[in-house]
Design a protein around this ligand. Structure first.
Ligand code: ATR
Length: 293
């Protein structure tokens, strides 16, 4: 592997990710590898931005002339107050995860949903037009994924959530661009039987709670695609059981993570992201962490 640091000089372009917590982020490993692969003199850092300091941090992007920044939990909504422009999709979703700095003018984008769709289609080949989808969870991640699914021409999106109220609220807020309804988790068996795609938008099953599962897989049909936004572990209990017990096609959250970063890279640089090396860098980092544990 090459040494990115040796190329840093007075021409280096700066990038980063703002979040709290941030030390677990794989974005620096993935994006520094991407810049290196295309021969760009650039560096990407992880910045621990605590609540109450986001406004100053965004002003810092302008002052220090960072070319671009990713924004992650818990800042994706608040950041919208501090930007000059917000892309229409990001405004509809209500969250920004990517900022592009054009000579001090900051534009916010949301690459989570489009990143999700690109990886889903590439890995499973699913055709979403005219199909029904079941999403479990109604938080921030569900908003971006729901918007992107609707844009693909889904016939209907069912949202099931532990707190039913939140599913109903999210459905109402999406009703201008999608046919969508909110449900309780109890409705899952009936809804799953109709769904071409079931997406886990919750954190259920994420490390260290790897034995948790967001639904009983017995109602999943073999021709269904089961998809999980969780990427640690790479194959969650939900995906493993959907695949092994039901014969479903499965799609891991790693693809969404890679492609949200790939779209950000493309907005910043105007060139195609080196997706294969980005994926390899993230996988290698997981393997290194597993070997240490
Ligand atoms: P994110 O931005 O990652 O989507 P979030 O906005 O906090 O995070 O949303 C988390 C989602 O996971 C919610 O839909 C939450 O359900 P509630 O609205 O009922 O809180 C869901 N979730 C988290 N833990 C869960 C659990 N143990 N069982 C079921 N759903 C859970």
């Amino acid at each position: 592997m090459g040494n990115t640091m040796s190329r840093l000089d007075s021409h280096t372009l700066f990038f980063g990710v703002f979040g709290d917590p941030i030390r677990q982020s794989k974005s620096p490993i993935m994006l520094n590898r991407a810049f290196e692969a295309v021969g760009m003199n650039a560096a990407y850092g992880a910045f621990h931005i605590k609540p109450g300091t986001l406004k100053d941090a965004i002003a810092g992007i302008r002052a220090l002339q960072f070319r671009g920044v990713n924004v992650t939990v818990p800042h994706k909504v608040e950041v919208m107050d501090y930007l000059d422009h917000i892309d229409e999709a990001a405004r509809t979703i209500g969250a920004v995860n990517t900022i592009v700095n054009d000579d001090g003018k900051l534009t916010g984008f949301n690459t989570d949903g489009i990143g999700y769709i690109r990886s889903l289609k590439e890995e499973t080949g699913i055709e979403l037009r005219g199909r029904k989808v079941l999403m479990i969870g109604a938080g921030g991640a569900a908003r971006g994924v729901g918007y992107a699914l609707a844009k693909e021409g889904t016939e209907h999106i069912y949202i099931a959530n532990r707190t039913t109220e939140k599913a109903v609220e999210l459905a109402a807020s999406m009703s201008s661009f999608a046919s969508v309804s909110g449900h309780s988790l109890d409705d899952i068996p009936a809804l799953a039987a109709e769904a071409a795609l079931i997406v886990n938008n919750t954190s259920v099953g994420m490390h260290p709670n790897v034995d948790d599962i967001p639904m009983d897989v017995s109602c999943i049909r073999p021709d269904t695609v089961a998809s999980d936004l969780v990427y640690n572990p790479l194959v969650t209990r939900f995906l493993r059981e959907a695949r092994d017990q039901r014969g479903a096609t499965v799609h891991s959250g790693l693809g969404m993570f890679i492609y949200q970063g790939a779209y950000a890279f493309e907005y910043w640089t105007g060139q195609p992201a080196p997706v294969t090396v980005m994926r390899e860098a993230v996988l290698a980092s997981f393997e290194a962490a597993a070997a240490k544990a």
